[in-house]
Design a protein around this ligand. Structure first.
Ligand code: AMP
Length: 277
């Protein structure tokens, strides 16, 4: 199944009609090579975009990077690639089916250890063809440290590519905590809700599939504080790294996803030589 890629007003209709189910399809329908490594086969059939955008998204947990990645992908025909999704996908299957850096990463995570930079970079290198893809890419969750950013620059240089921009979604800490602590996720279809901003019609039940809603363990207040601290410590040098290279664009992540996307779009449409008719 291809992405929804229309031009002009068709794209507008697609965007305005974008519902969570559709986002799910966009994110999960076409990234087999990214999720499964070189053994996966991409099934995208839609035409390549006129200009392949190559982006990195930064932002604290809860800033809405995944949602923005899906919206950017839908409008610009680009492919959203999240390392977190690769890890979640790998954890779903038996370790025996994994190999290379992915196997090493899953074994480390099973021991409760962090995945080291070298392993994450090897994992991306094993999926290096996704960096060459004519649909372009939106990296979400990688790079996470300045060391990973340097390695990404090398991986791209080796392939004659460079990033177009790094979008840093900023959100005050108290809003991040409010967003994450109110988040509830469907155990079956993974749709997300918010207790105050987007409550389900029936408490504890998913509107889409009737599944039970739960609070992710990493969305509990103690875990949120740890995640935010880790994010701030590891990404401060990363932000400086891209600032030095004049690639960093700060975008306020406050407000509804469509408002944040309007800001993202204003920036992307203004990128030099990006002619979007
Ligand atoms: P995320 O969905 O981006 O929050 O990622 C989920 C988890 O996967 C993280 O908490 C990390 O354990 C791991 N992970 C994802 N991306 C990276 C990365 N670039 N470097 C190290 N660990 C990562």
């Amino acid at each position: 199944m291809g992405l929804l890629v229309g031009r002009g007003s068709q794209r507008e209709v697609g965007l305005l009609g974008l519902e969570r189910g559709m986002m799910h399809m966009i994110i999960h329908g076409d990234r087999s090579r990214w999720l499964h490594g070189s053994n996966g086969a991409c099934i995208r059939t839609d035409p390549y975009p006129a200009r392949a955008l190559r982006l990195v998204l930064l932002g604290a947990p809860g800033a809405g990077k995944g949602t923005q990645a899906a919206l950017i992908a839908e409008r610009y025909g680009t492919c959203p690639l999240s390392t977190g999704d690769v890890f979640r996908e790998a954890k779903r299957g038996p370790v025996a089916t994994l190999d290379g850096a992915m196997k090493q990463a899953v074994e480390l995570m099973a021991q409760g250890r962090l995945v080291p930079d070298e392993t994450v970079v090897d994992l991306v290198r094993e999926r290096g063809h996704c960096l060459l893809c004519n649909y372009g890419f939106i990296l979400d969750g990688f790079p996470r440290t300045a060391w990973q950013a340097e390695a990404l620059e090398d991986l791209l240089l080796e392939r004659g590519r460079r990033l177009d921009a790094v979008l840093n979604y900023t959100l005050p800490r108290d809003i991040v905590i409010r967003r994450l602590s109110g988040r509830r996720t469907c155990a079956d279809c993974k749709a997300t809700y918010h207790l105050e901003d987007k409550p389900p019609a029936a408490p504890g039940k998913c509107d889409r599939c009737g599944g039970s809603l739960f609070q992710r363990s990493d969305d509990h207040p103690d875990a949120i504080a740890v995640r935010l601290q880790a994010y701030e410590e590891s990404t401060a040098p990363l932000i400086a790294y891209y600032e030095d290279r004049q690639m960093l664009h700060n975008i306020s992540a406050d407000g509804a996803p469509s408002d944040v996307f309007a800001r993202s779009r204003a920036l992307l449409d203004s990128l030099a030589d990006f002619a979007f008719a």
